[in-house]
Design a protein around this ligand. Sequence first.
Ligand SMILES: N=C(N)NCCCC(=O)O
Ligand SMILES: [Zn+2]
Ligand SMILES: [Zn+2]
Length: 320
Amino acid sequence: MPVNAPPPIGPVDSSAVPRFAGFATFARLPRLDEVTRADVVVAGAPFDAGVSYRPGARFGPAAVREASRLLRPYNPGLDVSPFATAQVADAGDIVLNPFDVGEAIGTLAERARELTADGTRLVTLGGDHTIALPLLRAAAARHGPVALLHFDAHLDTWDTYFGEPYTHGTPFRRAAEEGLLDTSALCHVGTRGPLYGRADLDEDERLGFGIVTSADVLRRGVDEIAGALRQRIGDRPLYISVDIDVLDPAHAPGTGTPEAGGMTSRELLEILRGLRDTTLIGADVVEVAPAYDHAEITSIAASHVAYELVSLLSLGARTR
Ligand SMILES: N=C(N)NCCCC(=O)O
Ligand SMILES: [Zn+2]
Ligand SMILES: [Zn+2]
């Protein structure tokens, strides 16, 4: 935050207006047009024309905002009050053509570039995983090739589906081909489940990715994993993409391509907290499909993941 800047406008006070009342911005934060500037913005990308199985992630941003009403202003896990440390605001939904994937990703890249043009950091709520490609285009346009931590059950480095290059199973192959990624600092975390063939892993490795499987998290534990990731990333500009299906279906049933044997929400949140000394520049939380959810299990988990990411970015805002 600039010196002499007015104190950030925080969330609506839950002791004055009950948290179940009023508009559902993320964490009841002000809208972007209600603040003069923002260190961090949360934006929705309601788009799911890139899915290979269950549709419905277009309703993810609204569900995550609703579930975020209960988030409180102090984060004990990172010892930070993110909304007091940084001006955080909700930029609303980015309007994307639901019938034209190519146009939608072009629009999203452009809008993400605009939102981050003055150094504002962006956390995007998806939407299906297709949206990570345009978000990485915007990130790389500003920072050069970025380090990437990709939390997901899936590799998402496949080539095409039905001949289509832009889908939710292919964003990271496209990003690598476009030179958006720093190939010395790429890692999937939480991968599991059946693949099409052994070649999937070979091709993924050729692109430069390391893999920490869901079983590795179980065996090695969150502190060791976070430490190894921190070392791999160093102080490179880091983008984090969280596909909520990285969580076990017990922790995130509301998603399009669920796979058994996943991480717990506790493990995911702890690994994210363990990344506090990295240089996070942007993030997304994708693949929340509320129609398959129960009791908001998935959207609550996603809102907490977004809260940790905003917290990490607020720590960075302190020093920018
Ligand atoms: N990005 C997500 N969630 N899923 C990709 C699954 C691709 C497939 O159907 O094989
Ligand atoms: Zn996935
Ligand atoms: Zn994915």
